[in-house]
Design a protein around this ligand. Sequence first.
Ligand code: FAD
Length: 457
Amino acid sequence: MTAEHASTRERAKSAIARYRPIGGWVEQPADRQPRLTGNVEADVVIAGGGFAGLSAALELTAAGAKVVLLERDFCGFGASGRNAGYLSGGQGLKFGLFAKRLGDEKTREITRFYQEGVTYVEERLRKYGIDCDYLQTGLLRAAIHPSQRAPLREKMEAGVRYGAPATFLESDELRRRGIPPAFLCAVHTPNGGTLHPGKYVMGLRRAAIEAGVRIFEDSALLSWDEGRRITCRTAGGTARAPFLVLATNAYTPGLGALGNRISPIRVSGLETEPLSAEQLAALGWAGREGIVTPHITMESHRLTVDNRLVLTTKRIDYLYGSRTPNEPDETAYRALAEALYTRFPMIGDVAINACWSGYISLAQDGLPVVGETGGNANILHTAGCSGHGVGTQSLIGRLLAEHIGGSKPPLLAAIRHATPRVPPEPARWIGLKSALRAADLMDARVDRKARSRAQAR
Ligand SMILES: Cc1cc2nc3c(=O)[nH]c(=O)nc-3n(C[C@H](O)[C@H](O)[C@H](O)COP(=O)(O)OP(=O)(O)OC[C@H]3O[C@@H](n4cnc5c(N)ncnc54)[C@H](O)[C@@H]3O)c2cc1C
Protein backbone atom coordinates (compact mmCIF):
# COMPACT_ATOMS: atom_id res chain seq x y z
CA MET A 1 0.00 0.00 0.00
CA THR A 2 1.42 3.42 -0.94
CA ALA A 3 1.57 6.25 1.62
CA GLU A 4 -1.04 8.14 -0.39
CA HIS A 5 -3.44 5.19 -0.36
CA ALA A 6 -2.84 4.62 3.36
CA SER A 7 -3.79 8.23 4.02
CA THR A 8 -6.96 7.91 1.85
CA ARG A 9 -7.91 4.84 3.92
CA GLU A 10 -7.34 6.70 7.17
CA ARG A 11 -9.46 9.60 5.93
CA ALA A 12 -12.21 7.18 4.91
CA LYS A 13 -12.16 5.54 8.36
CA SER A 14 -12.36 8.79 10.27
CA ALA A 15 -14.97 10.23 7.89
CA ILE A 16 -17.68 7.72 8.77
CA ALA A 17 -20.45 9.86 10.05
CA ARG A 18 -24.06 9.75 11.11
CA TYR A 19 -25.70 6.39 10.55
CA ARG A 20 -29.29 7.00 9.50
CA PRO A 21 -31.46 3.94 10.23
CA ILE A 22 -34.11 5.11 7.73
CA GLY A 23 -31.66 6.03 4.98
CA GLY A 24 -30.55 9.39 3.68
CA TRP A 25 -33.61 10.46 1.72
CA VAL A 26 -36.72 10.20 3.88
CA GLU A 27 -38.02 11.41 7.23
CA GLN A 28 -40.66 9.68 9.35
CA PRO A 29 -43.93 10.89 7.79
CA ALA A 30 -45.79 13.51 9.82
CA ASP A 31 -49.12 11.96 8.76
CA ARG A 32 -48.32 8.45 9.93
CA GLN A 33 -51.26 6.27 8.88
CA PRO A 34 -53.12 4.31 11.58
CA ARG A 35 -52.39 0.79 12.76
CA LEU A 36 -54.86 -1.82 11.63
CA THR A 37 -57.29 -2.65 14.41
CA GLY A 38 -60.35 -4.87 14.06
CA ASN A 39 -61.34 -6.61 10.85
CA VAL A 40 -61.50 -4.98 7.42
CA GLU A 41 -62.62 -6.28 4.03
CA ALA A 42 -61.22 -5.30 0.63
CA ASP A 43 -60.90 -6.47 -2.98
CA VAL A 44 -57.13 -6.70 -2.67
CA VAL A 45 -54.75 -6.66 0.31
CA ILE A 46 -51.21 -5.54 -0.46
CA ALA A 47 -48.35 -6.12 1.98
CA GLY A 48 -45.45 -3.68 1.61
CA GLY A 49 -45.47 0.03 0.81
CA GLY A 50 -42.51 0.45 -1.54
CA PHE A 51 -42.56 1.23 -5.27
CA ALA A 52 -44.24 -2.11 -6.06
CA GLY A 53 -46.94 -2.05 -3.40
CA LEU A 54 -47.82 1.62 -3.82
CA SER A 55 -47.91 1.39 -7.63
CA ALA A 56 -50.13 -1.70 -7.48
CA ALA A 57 -52.41 0.07 -4.96
CA LEU A 58 -52.73 3.14 -7.19
CA GLU A 59 -53.43 1.15 -10.33
CA LEU A 60 -55.99 -1.11 -8.63
CA THR A 61 -57.77 1.85 -7.04
CA ALA A 62 -57.88 3.64 -10.40
CA ALA A 63 -59.55 0.52 -11.82
CA GLY A 64 -62.23 0.70 -9.10
CA ALA A 65 -60.94 -1.87 -6.58
CA LYS A 66 -61.02 -1.37 -2.80
CA VAL A 67 -57.45 -1.72 -1.62
CA VAL A 68 -55.97 -2.20 1.85
CA LEU A 69 -52.20 -1.74 2.09
CA LEU A 70 -50.42 -3.15 5.15
CA GLU A 71 -46.98 -1.69 5.86
CA ARG A 72 -44.74 -2.95 8.65
CA ASP A 73 -43.10 0.44 9.30
CA PHE A 74 -44.01 3.41 7.10
CA CYS A 75 -44.36 3.43 3.32
CA GLY A 76 -40.87 4.13 1.93
CA PHE A 77 -39.05 2.44 4.82
CA GLY A 78 -37.55 -0.29 2.59
CA ALA A 79 -35.21 -0.13 -0.40
CA SER A 80 -37.56 2.30 -2.18
CA GLY A 81 -36.59 5.02 0.29
CA ARG A 82 -32.90 4.09 0.42
CA ASN A 83 -31.69 3.55 -3.15
CA ALA A 84 -29.40 5.65 -5.33
CA GLY A 85 -32.25 7.02 -7.43
CA TYR A 86 -31.05 5.77 -10.82
CA LEU A 87 -33.98 5.30 -13.14
CA SER A 88 -32.34 2.91 -15.56
CA GLY A 89 -33.47 0.66 -18.40
CA GLY A 90 -32.01 -2.49 -19.90
CA GLN A 91 -28.30 -1.63 -20.19
CA GLY A 92 -26.17 -3.35 -17.55
CA LEU A 93 -28.26 -6.52 -17.42
CA LYS A 94 -26.64 -9.93 -17.55
CA PHE A 95 -27.67 -10.52 -21.18
CA GLY A 96 -25.35 -13.49 -21.70
CA LEU A 97 -26.75 -15.29 -18.68
CA PHE A 98 -30.36 -14.51 -19.59
CA ALA A 99 -29.94 -15.63 -23.20
CA LYS A 100 -28.24 -18.86 -22.15
CA ARG A 101 -31.06 -19.66 -19.76
CA LEU A 102 -34.09 -18.38 -21.64
CA GLY A 103 -33.09 -17.83 -25.27
CA ASP A 104 -32.78 -14.72 -27.42
CA GLU A 105 -36.47 -13.95 -27.87
CA LYS A 106 -37.27 -14.01 -24.15
CA THR A 107 -34.15 -11.94 -23.43
CA ARG A 108 -35.42 -9.31 -25.88
CA GLU A 109 -38.80 -9.24 -24.12
CA ILE A 110 -37.17 -8.97 -20.70
CA THR A 111 -35.06 -6.08 -21.97
CA ARG A 112 -38.26 -4.41 -23.19
CA PHE A 113 -39.70 -4.80 -19.67
CA TYR A 114 -36.67 -2.99 -18.17
CA GLN A 115 -36.86 -0.25 -20.81
CA GLU A 116 -40.60 0.17 -20.24
CA GLY A 117 -40.00 0.68 -16.49
CA VAL A 118 -38.33 4.02 -17.28
CA THR A 119 -41.22 5.28 -19.42
CA TYR A 120 -43.73 4.13 -16.82
CA VAL A 121 -42.08 6.05 -13.97
CA GLU A 122 -41.76 9.19 -16.09
CA GLU A 123 -45.45 8.96 -16.89
CA ARG A 124 -46.36 8.41 -13.19
CA LEU A 125 -44.36 11.47 -12.15
CA ARG A 126 -46.39 13.55 -14.59
CA LYS A 127 -49.73 11.96 -13.68
CA TYR A 128 -49.39 12.47 -9.93
CA GLY A 129 -47.42 15.72 -10.14
CA ILE A 130 -44.53 14.20 -8.16
CA ASP A 131 -41.58 16.57 -8.06
CA CYS A 132 -38.63 14.34 -7.22
CA ASP A 133 -35.78 16.30 -8.80
CA TYR A 134 -35.82 14.03 -11.84
CA LEU A 135 -32.97 14.80 -14.23
CA GLN A 136 -33.42 13.10 -17.59
CA THR A 137 -29.71 12.91 -18.28
CA GLY A 138 -29.38 9.27 -19.22
CA LEU A 139 -26.76 7.28 -17.34
CA LEU A 140 -23.08 6.51 -17.73
CA ARG A 141 -21.46 3.15 -17.11
CA ALA A 142 -17.85 4.26 -16.90
CA ALA A 143 -14.53 2.41 -16.75
CA ILE A 144 -11.96 3.40 -14.13
CA HIS A 145 -9.18 1.28 -15.70
CA PRO A 146 -8.41 0.44 -19.36
CA SER A 147 -8.94 -3.27 -18.60
CA GLN A 148 -12.66 -2.56 -18.15
CA ARG A 149 -13.00 -1.00 -21.60
CA ALA A 150 -13.43 -4.06 -23.85
CA PRO A 151 -15.92 -5.92 -21.63
CA LEU A 152 -17.87 -2.69 -21.17
CA ARG A 153 -18.16 -2.25 -24.91
CA GLU A 154 -19.03 -5.90 -25.50
CA LYS A 155 -21.84 -5.80 -22.94
CA MET A 156 -23.11 -2.56 -24.42
CA GLU A 157 -23.28 -4.13 -27.87
CA ALA A 158 -25.18 -7.12 -26.47
CA GLY A 159 -27.61 -4.70 -24.80
CA VAL A 160 -28.13 -2.81 -28.06
CA ARG A 161 -28.80 -6.11 -29.86
CA TYR A 162 -31.47 -7.00 -27.31
CA GLY A 163 -33.15 -3.58 -27.49
CA ALA A 164 -31.45 -1.28 -24.95
CA PRO A 165 -30.01 1.69 -26.89
CA ALA A 166 -26.60 3.09 -25.90
CA THR A 167 -23.55 4.77 -27.34
CA PHE A 168 -19.90 4.47 -26.41
CA LEU A 169 -18.20 7.67 -25.25
CA GLU A 170 -14.43 7.92 -25.51
CA SER A 171 -12.29 9.82 -23.05
CA ASP A 172 -12.30 13.09 -25.06
CA GLU A 173 -16.12 13.17 -24.99
CA LEU A 174 -16.15 12.54 -21.22
CA ARG A 175 -13.64 15.37 -20.71
CA ARG A 176 -15.75 17.65 -22.92
CA ARG A 177 -18.70 16.89 -20.65
CA GLY A 178 -16.58 17.65 -17.58
CA ILE A 179 -16.88 14.11 -16.22
CA PRO A 180 -14.21 13.67 -13.48
CA PRO A 181 -10.98 12.18 -14.89
CA ALA A 182 -11.20 8.99 -12.79
CA PHE A 183 -13.73 7.84 -15.41
CA LEU A 184 -11.91 6.92 -18.61
CA CYS A 185 -14.59 5.97 -21.14
CA ALA A 186 -18.24 5.08 -20.81
CA VAL A 187 -21.43 3.62 -22.16
CA HIS A 188 -24.11 6.27 -22.31
CA THR A 189 -27.72 5.20 -22.14
CA PRO A 190 -29.97 7.97 -23.40
CA ASN A 191 -33.10 7.14 -21.42
CA GLY A 192 -33.66 7.48 -17.68
CA GLY A 193 -31.59 9.55 -15.28
CA THR A 194 -31.52 10.30 -11.59
CA LEU A 195 -34.26 11.20 -9.14
CA HIS A 196 -34.70 11.72 -5.41
CA PRO A 197 -36.04 8.31 -4.37
CA GLY A 198 -37.42 9.60 -1.08
CA LYS A 199 -39.49 12.26 -2.83
CA TYR A 200 -40.63 9.70 -5.42
CA VAL A 201 -41.81 7.09 -2.91
CA MET A 202 -43.38 9.70 -0.62
CA GLY A 203 -45.11 11.17 -3.69
CA LEU A 204 -46.60 7.74 -4.44
CA ARG A 205 -47.64 7.42 -0.79
CA ARG A 206 -49.39 10.81 -0.88
CA ALA A 207 -51.09 9.94 -4.19
CA ALA A 208 -52.28 6.62 -2.76
CA ILE A 209 -53.74 8.27 0.35
CA GLU A 210 -55.48 10.88 -1.83
CA ALA A 211 -56.82 8.18 -4.15
CA GLY A 212 -58.49 6.43 -1.21
CA VAL A 213 -56.15 3.50 -0.63
CA ARG A 214 -56.59 2.42 3.01
CA ILE A 215 -53.01 2.40 4.24
CA PHE A 216 -52.23 0.90 7.64
CA GLU A 217 -48.69 1.62 8.84
CA ASP A 218 -46.95 -0.11 11.77
CA SER A 219 -49.10 -3.04 10.68
CA ALA A 220 -46.88 -5.95 9.68
CA LEU A 221 -48.51 -8.82 7.90
CA LEU A 222 -47.76 -11.73 10.24
CA SER A 223 -49.49 -14.64 8.55
CA TRP A 224 -52.41 -15.50 6.31
CA ASP A 225 -54.95 -18.25 5.69
CA GLU A 226 -55.35 -19.31 2.10
CA GLY A 227 -58.76 -19.63 0.51
CA ARG A 228 -61.03 -17.97 -2.02
CA ARG A 229 -60.88 -15.05 0.40
CA ILE A 230 -57.53 -14.75 2.11
CA THR A 231 -57.42 -13.70 5.76
CA CYS A 232 -54.32 -11.63 6.52
CA ARG A 233 -53.35 -11.24 10.17
CA THR A 234 -51.55 -8.34 11.81
CA ALA A 235 -50.95 -7.80 15.54
CA GLY A 236 -54.04 -5.56 15.79
CA GLY A 237 -56.57 -7.08 13.38
CA THR A 238 -57.26 -8.85 10.11
CA ALA A 239 -57.77 -7.80 6.50
CA ARG A 240 -59.69 -10.13 4.16
CA ALA A 241 -59.78 -10.07 0.37
CA PRO A 242 -59.92 -12.39 -2.67
CA PHE A 243 -56.33 -11.36 -3.56
CA LEU A 244 -53.14 -10.82 -1.59
CA VAL A 245 -50.09 -9.13 -3.15
CA LEU A 246 -46.78 -9.72 -1.38
CA ALA A 247 -44.81 -6.60 -2.28
CA THR A 248 -42.39 -7.12 0.58
CA ASN A 249 -39.37 -7.80 -1.65
CA ALA A 250 -36.25 -8.71 0.35
CA TYR A 251 -38.37 -9.16 3.49
CA THR A 252 -40.56 -11.85 1.87
CA PRO A 253 -38.47 -14.84 3.06
CA GLY A 254 -38.95 -13.49 6.60
CA LEU A 255 -42.68 -14.04 6.01
CA GLY A 256 -42.11 -17.67 5.06
CA ALA A 257 -42.47 -17.18 1.27
CA LEU A 258 -39.95 -17.30 -1.62
CA GLY A 259 -37.23 -18.38 0.81
CA ASN A 260 -35.96 -20.95 -1.68
CA ARG A 261 -36.02 -18.52 -4.62
CA ILE A 262 -34.46 -15.23 -3.45
CA SER A 263 -31.72 -14.05 -1.11
CA PRO A 264 -31.79 -10.65 0.60
CA ILE A 265 -28.61 -8.72 -0.15
CA ARG A 266 -27.54 -5.75 1.95
CA VAL A 267 -26.60 -2.66 -0.09
CA SER A 268 -25.27 0.55 1.47
CA GLY A 269 -25.01 4.21 0.62
CA LEU A 270 -23.41 7.42 1.79
CA GLU A 271 -24.08 11.07 1.22
CA THR A 272 -21.69 14.00 1.63
CA GLU A 273 -22.42 17.46 2.94
CA PRO A 274 -23.32 19.88 0.11
CA LEU A 275 -20.25 20.78 -1.95
CA SER A 276 -19.11 24.39 -1.86
CA ALA A 277 -19.13 26.49 -5.04
CA GLU A 278 -15.35 25.99 -5.25
CA GLN A 279 -15.63 22.22 -4.86
CA LEU A 280 -18.36 22.08 -7.51
CA ALA A 281 -16.26 24.13 -9.90
CA ALA A 282 -13.29 21.82 -9.30
CA LEU A 283 -15.49 18.76 -9.90
CA GLY A 284 -16.94 19.90 -13.26
CA TRP A 285 -19.64 17.34 -14.20
CA ALA A 286 -22.12 20.00 -15.31
CA GLY A 287 -24.52 17.46 -16.87
CA ARG A 288 -24.88 15.57 -13.56
CA GLU A 289 -25.25 12.22 -15.30
CA GLY A 290 -25.50 9.35 -12.82
CA ILE A 291 -22.37 7.21 -13.10
CA VAL A 292 -21.94 3.53 -12.33
CA THR A 293 -18.79 1.50 -12.76
CA PRO A 294 -18.45 -1.97 -14.32
CA HIS A 295 -16.84 -3.48 -11.20
CA ILE A 296 -18.35 -6.87 -10.33
CA THR A 297 -19.94 -5.06 -7.38
CA MET A 298 -20.47 -1.68 -8.95
CA GLU A 299 -19.85 1.76 -7.51
CA SER A 300 -22.55 4.35 -8.15
CA HIS A 301 -21.74 8.07 -8.05
CA ARG A 302 -24.20 10.92 -8.46
CA LEU A 303 -24.88 14.51 -7.53
CA THR A 304 -28.12 15.63 -5.90
CA VAL A 305 -29.83 18.93 -6.74
CA ASP A 306 -28.51 20.37 -3.48
CA ASN A 307 -24.99 19.46 -4.59
CA ARG A 308 -24.25 16.46 -2.41
CA LEU A 309 -22.39 13.44 -3.73
CA VAL A 310 -24.20 10.15 -3.15
CA LEU A 311 -22.30 6.88 -3.51
CA THR A 312 -23.81 3.42 -3.16
CA THR A 313 -23.02 -0.31 -3.42
CA LYS A 314 -19.23 -1.15 -3.75
CA ARG A 315 -19.40 -3.67 -0.87
CA ILE A 316 -22.53 -5.78 -0.45
CA ASP A 317 -23.33 -8.55 2.02
CA TYR A 318 -25.54 -11.54 2.74
CA LEU A 319 -26.48 -12.43 6.30
CA TYR A 320 -26.87 -16.04 7.41
CA GLY A 321 -30.45 -17.25 7.34
CA SER A 322 -31.60 -14.45 4.96
CA ARG A 323 -31.85 -12.06 7.90
CA THR A 324 -32.58 -8.38 7.21
CA PRO A 325 -31.73 -6.46 10.41
CA ASN A 326 -31.86 -2.68 10.18
CA GLU A 327 -28.28 -2.09 11.28
CA PRO A 328 -25.15 -0.30 10.05
CA ASP A 329 -22.52 -1.91 7.82
CA GLU A 330 -19.26 -0.15 8.73
CA THR A 331 -17.22 -2.20 6.24
CA ALA A 332 -19.38 -0.97 3.38
CA TYR A 333 -19.28 2.66 4.57
CA ARG A 334 -15.46 2.57 4.76
CA ALA A 335 -15.26 1.14 1.23
CA LEU A 336 -17.63 3.81 -0.07
CA ALA A 337 -15.76 6.63 1.67
CA GLU A 338 -12.50 5.34 0.20
CA ALA A 339 -14.08 5.32 -3.27
CA LEU A 340 -15.31 8.88 -2.69
CA TYR A 341 -11.86 10.25 -1.84
CA THR A 342 -10.15 8.18 -4.55
CA ARG A 343 -12.44 9.08 -7.45
CA PHE A 344 -12.85 12.77 -6.55
CA PRO A 345 -9.51 14.00 -5.15
CA MET A 346 -10.22 17.50 -6.53
CA ILE A 347 -12.90 18.19 -3.91
CA GLY A 348 -10.57 17.73 -0.95
CA ASP A 349 -12.00 17.06 2.48
CA VAL A 350 -15.75 17.05 2.00
CA ALA A 351 -17.49 15.71 5.10
CA ILE A 352 -19.84 12.74 4.99
CA ASN A 353 -23.31 13.59 6.23
CA ALA A 354 -25.05 10.22 6.36
CA CYS A 355 -24.53 6.50 5.84
CA TRP A 356 -27.24 3.86 5.56
CA SER A 357 -28.00 0.34 4.41
CA GLY A 358 -30.99 -1.46 2.93
CA TYR A 359 -31.93 -4.77 1.33
CA ILE A 360 -32.58 -5.83 -2.23
CA SER A 361 -33.55 -9.36 -3.23
CA LEU A 362 -31.52 -11.44 -5.61
CA ALA A 363 -32.57 -14.50 -7.58
CA GLN A 364 -29.86 -16.88 -8.71
CA ASP A 365 -30.52 -16.05 -12.37
CA GLY A 366 -30.60 -12.29 -11.70
CA LEU A 367 -34.13 -12.05 -13.13
CA PRO A 368 -37.39 -10.69 -11.67
CA VAL A 369 -39.39 -13.13 -9.56
CA VAL A 370 -43.07 -12.56 -10.27
CA GLY A 371 -45.91 -15.03 -10.00
CA GLU A 372 -48.59 -16.46 -7.83
CA THR A 373 -48.93 -19.13 -5.15
CA GLY A 374 -51.71 -20.64 -3.09
CA GLY A 375 -54.29 -23.29 -3.97
CA ASN A 376 -56.41 -20.57 -5.60
CA ALA A 377 -53.50 -18.84 -7.36
CA ASN A 378 -54.60 -15.62 -5.65
CA ILE A 379 -51.44 -14.81 -3.68
CA LEU A 380 -49.19 -12.78 -5.97
CA HIS A 381 -45.58 -11.86 -5.36
CA THR A 382 -42.86 -9.67 -6.84
CA ALA A 383 -39.18 -9.58 -5.96
CA GLY A 384 -35.75 -10.00 -7.47
CA CYS A 385 -35.37 -6.83 -9.54
CA SER A 386 -32.03 -6.35 -7.82
CA GLY A 387 -30.50 -2.99 -8.60
CA HIS A 388 -33.12 -1.94 -11.19
CA GLY A 389 -36.20 -1.71 -9.00
CA VAL A 390 -36.92 2.01 -9.36
CA GLY A 391 -38.34 1.42 -12.82
CA THR A 392 -39.21 -2.26 -12.75
CA GLN A 393 -40.82 -2.62 -9.33
CA SER A 394 -42.95 0.42 -10.15
CA LEU A 395 -44.02 -1.12 -13.46
CA ILE A 396 -44.74 -4.49 -11.86
CA GLY A 397 -47.36 -2.73 -9.74
CA ARG A 398 -49.26 -1.98 -12.93
CA LEU A 399 -48.77 -5.45 -14.39
CA LEU A 400 -50.03 -7.16 -11.22
CA ALA A 401 -53.03 -4.83 -11.10
CA GLU A 402 -53.86 -5.71 -14.73
CA HIS A 403 -53.46 -9.41 -13.97
CA ILE A 404 -55.86 -9.12 -11.00
CA GLY A 405 -58.27 -7.22 -13.26
CA GLY A 406 -58.35 -10.25 -15.57
CA SER A 407 -56.23 -9.05 -18.49
CA LYS A 408 -53.05 -10.79 -19.50
CA PRO A 409 -50.35 -8.13 -19.80
CA PRO A 410 -47.72 -9.30 -22.33
CA LEU A 411 -44.88 -7.84 -20.27
CA LEU A 412 -45.92 -9.95 -17.29
CA ALA A 413 -45.88 -13.03 -19.52
CA ALA A 414 -42.46 -11.88 -20.75
CA ILE A 415 -40.85 -11.94 -17.33
CA ARG A 416 -42.51 -15.07 -16.00
CA HIS A 417 -40.18 -18.03 -15.96
CA ALA A 418 -39.08 -20.77 -13.57
CA THR A 419 -36.75 -19.15 -11.03
CA PRO A 420 -34.00 -21.59 -10.02
CA ARG A 421 -34.00 -22.76 -6.40
CA VAL A 422 -31.34 -21.47 -4.05
CA PRO A 423 -29.80 -24.04 -1.72
CA PRO A 424 -30.70 -24.04 1.99
CA GLU A 425 -28.29 -22.94 4.72
CA PRO A 426 -25.43 -23.36 5.32
CA ALA A 427 -24.74 -24.00 1.60
CA ARG A 428 -26.39 -20.71 0.63
CA TRP A 429 -24.34 -18.65 3.07
CA ILE A 430 -21.10 -20.39 2.06
CA GLY A 431 -21.87 -19.96 -1.66
CA LEU A 432 -22.91 -16.32 -1.49
CA LYS A 433 -20.16 -15.27 0.92
CA SER A 434 -17.52 -16.96 -1.26
CA ALA A 435 -18.87 -15.30 -4.41
CA LEU A 436 -18.99 -11.87 -2.73
CA ARG A 437 -15.48 -12.29 -1.31
CA ALA A 438 -14.14 -13.29 -4.75
CA ALA A 439 -15.88 -10.24 -6.27
CA ASP A 440 -14.30 -7.96 -3.64
CA LEU A 441 -10.84 -9.37 -4.37
CA MET A 442 -11.22 -8.95 -8.13
CA ASP A 443 -12.62 -5.43 -7.75
CA ALA A 444 -9.80 -4.50 -5.34
CA ARG A 445 -7.31 -5.65 -7.98
CA VAL A 446 -8.85 -3.29 -10.57
CA ASP A 447 -8.83 -0.47 -7.99
CA ARG A 448 -5.14 -1.11 -7.25
CA LYS A 449 -4.29 -1.02 -10.96
CA ALA A 450 -6.28 2.21 -11.40
CA ARG A 451 -4.43 3.82 -8.45
CA SER A 452 -1.01 2.80 -9.81
CA ARG A 453 -1.93 4.17 -13.23
CA ALA A 454 -3.13 7.47 -11.75
CA GLN A 455 0.05 7.82 -9.67
CA ALA A 456 2.27 7.08 -12.67
CA ARG A 457 0.72 9.98 -14.65
C1 FAD B 1 -28.62 1.24 -1.31
C2 FAD B 1 -29.50 0.84 -2.47
C3 FAD B 1 -29.29 1.41 -3.72
C4 FAD B 1 -30.13 1.07 -4.80
N1 FAD B 1 -30.01 1.77 -5.96
C5 FAD B 1 -30.92 1.57 -6.95
C6 FAD B 1 -30.92 2.42 -8.09
O1 FAD B 1 -30.18 3.40 -8.18
N2 FAD B 1 -31.81 2.15 -9.09
C7 FAD B 1 -32.69 1.11 -9.01
O2 FAD B 1 -33.46 0.91 -9.95
N3 FAD B 1 -32.74 0.32 -7.91
C8 FAD B 1 -31.90 0.54 -6.87
N4 FAD B 1 -31.99 -0.21 -5.73
C9 FAD B 1 -33.03 -1.25 -5.66
C10 FAD B 1 -34.43 -0.65 -5.45
O3 FAD B 1 -34.40 0.29 -4.42
C11 FAD B 1 -35.42 -1.78 -5.12
O4 FAD B 1 -35.38 -2.76 -6.15
C12 FAD B 1 -36.85 -1.28 -4.99
O5 FAD B 1 -36.94 -0.16 -4.17
C13 FAD B 1 -37.73 -2.38 -4.43
O6 FAD B 1 -39.03 -1.88 -4.25
P1 FAD B 1 -40.10 -2.80 -3.54
O7 FAD B 1 -41.36 -2.02 -3.44
O8 FAD B 1 -40.18 -4.10 -4.23
O9 FAD B 1 -39.48 -3.14 -2.09
P2 FAD B 1 -39.21 -2.22 -0.80
O10 FAD B 1 -39.03 -0.81 -1.15
O11 FAD B 1 -38.12 -2.89 -0.04
O12 FAD B 1 -40.56 -2.32 -0.02
C14 FAD B 1 -40.93 -3.42 0.77
C15 FAD B 1 -41.76 -2.89 1.93
O13 FAD B 1 -42.31 -4.00 2.66
C16 FAD B 1 -42.36 -3.63 4.01
N5 FAD B 1 -42.53 -4.87 4.81
C17 FAD B 1 -41.59 -5.76 5.17
N6 FAD B 1 -42.15 -6.78 5.85
C18 FAD B 1 -43.48 -6.52 5.91
C19 FAD B 1 -44.58 -7.19 6.49
N7 FAD B 1 -44.43 -8.35 7.14
N8 FAD B 1 -45.82 -6.65 6.37
C20 FAD B 1 -46.00 -5.47 5.72
N9 FAD B 1 -44.97 -4.77 5.16
C21 FAD B 1 -43.73 -5.30 5.24
C22 FAD B 1 -41.06 -2.90 4.24
O14 FAD B 1 -41.10 -2.07 5.39
C23 FAD B 1 -40.95 -2.09 2.94
O15 FAD B 1 -41.51 -0.81 3.07
C24 FAD B 1 -31.16 0.09 -4.63
C25 FAD B 1 -31.35 -0.49 -3.37
C26 FAD B 1 -30.55 -0.12 -2.30
C27 FAD B 1 -30.80 -0.75 -0.95
